[in-house]
Design a binder for this molecule. Structure first.
Ligand code: ZN
Ligand code: ZN
Length: 335
């Protein structure tokens, strides 16, 4: 069965690009506007088309990302692409109750990086975990096809605080992700130039040691995009990373966590490669680490993107099953 176990309903920052991208998602997933992608024809770009898109966009903004209409677009789009199991998550940095956790662990000082990240957090931290979980669970109903999860940032030293916060939330699974190294949100395009000043071998060693600590923290059911650090294409010769990859796979196995084959970086970021790389995935398979599959979509028309390619890669590596989660338990289904 095909699964997409990591996708989001919305992410800021709220820019003109966000507005345009949301309009595009509405247009691509609306029968009444005409499915541009499916027919290969452009919809009639008439004044009435503009009226229809802008009415839908207005409704979408008014209703917000947790409205059932918006969630239904993801599920309908996924089902059209043959997805049978869905995992809907949201980032903890979207939730006001987690803001102090982020303020404590990311750089928000008076440096240019700190100011930029403070501004970013203020702009994206606009909702609450209960609003997300309530809406996602309402969409799931009693159906096993949709699971509800969280994507949590791991910070060394923040384990007890995170455990206390997560304890209060009732979800099917928690993804542990490393998006920050020593306070720097390295996958933010606005800070990508910092890679130029880094020793990449040391940076990768630091990144994977954080990923391993995340796995061993016992807080997560799976680890998200384990080689996310390659996002902008900065990577040392991969031949030098074999030991680091094996050590990471061993840590996952010992901790009993799964990981994912995440296509987000392949279609949305400069590196244009699935996470993990074929070499890292081979190490995961060698150590018997279960994998799920995910598009990391942030818009309904991205749901399921490149999942077929990800499944092919996993099968070539030796995998025959996909992991999925419900009620804190891990299940496997045949690929
Ligand atoms: Zn992530
Ligand atoms: Zn994500």
């Amino acid at each position: 069965m095909k699964v997409d176990f990591h996708f989001h309903l919305e992410e800021g920052p709220y820019s003109l690009r966000w507005l345009e991208r949301t309009a595009r998602a509405l247009s691509a997933t609306s029968d009444e506007i005409g499915r541009e992608q499916e027919t290969g024809r452009s919809p009639l770009h008439s004044l009435s088309w503009i009226n229809s898109v802008s009415a839908q966009l207005g409704r979408r903004i008014e209703q917000g990302p947790f409205h059932q209409n918006w969630i239904k677009r993801y599920l309908a789009e996924g089902r059209r692409r043959g997805i049978g199991k869905f995992g809907l998550v949201d980032h903890l940095y979207r939730f006001e109750e987690f803001k102090p956790y982020y303020l404590k662990h990311i750089c928000v000082d008076d440096s240019p990086l700190g100011r930029l990240q403070r501004e970013w957090l203020d702009r994206v931290c606009v909702t609450s975990a209960s609003a997300f979980i309530e809406a996602a669970k309402a969409a799931a109903g009693s159906d096993d096809a949709l699971s509800v999860g969280l994507e949590a940032d791991y910070f060394p030293g923040g384990e007890a605080e995170l455990a206390g916060l997560l304890e209060m939330l009732d979800v099917d699974y928690v993804i542990g992700s490393v998006h920050f190294i020593d306070g720097w949100g390295f996958d933010n395009p606005e800070t990508a130039s910092r890679f130029e000043d880094e020793n990449l071998e040391l940076l990768y060693a630091r990144h994977f040691s954080l990923v391993q600590r995340a796995a061993r923290s016992g807080l997560f059911d799976m680890i998200g995009h384990p080689d996310n650090i390659k996002v902008f294409g900065y990577r040392p010769d991969e031949g030098l990373l074999g030991e680091l990859y094996r050590e990471t796979a061993r840590a996952f196995k010992e901790a009993g966590v799964a990981t994912e084959v995440n296509t987000g970086l392949a279609y949305r970021y400069p590196v244009k490669e699935i996470c993990p790389s074929p070499l890292l995935l081979a190490a995961m398979f060698e150590y018997g680490v279960p994998v799920t599959f995910s598009s990391d979509a942030h818009y309904p028309d991205d749901l399921g993107t490149l999942i077929d390619e990800a499944v092919e890669l996993a099968k070539r590596t030796g995998y025959r099953e996909a992991a999925w989660f419900k009620g804190g338990k891990r299940y496997l289904c045949e690929l």
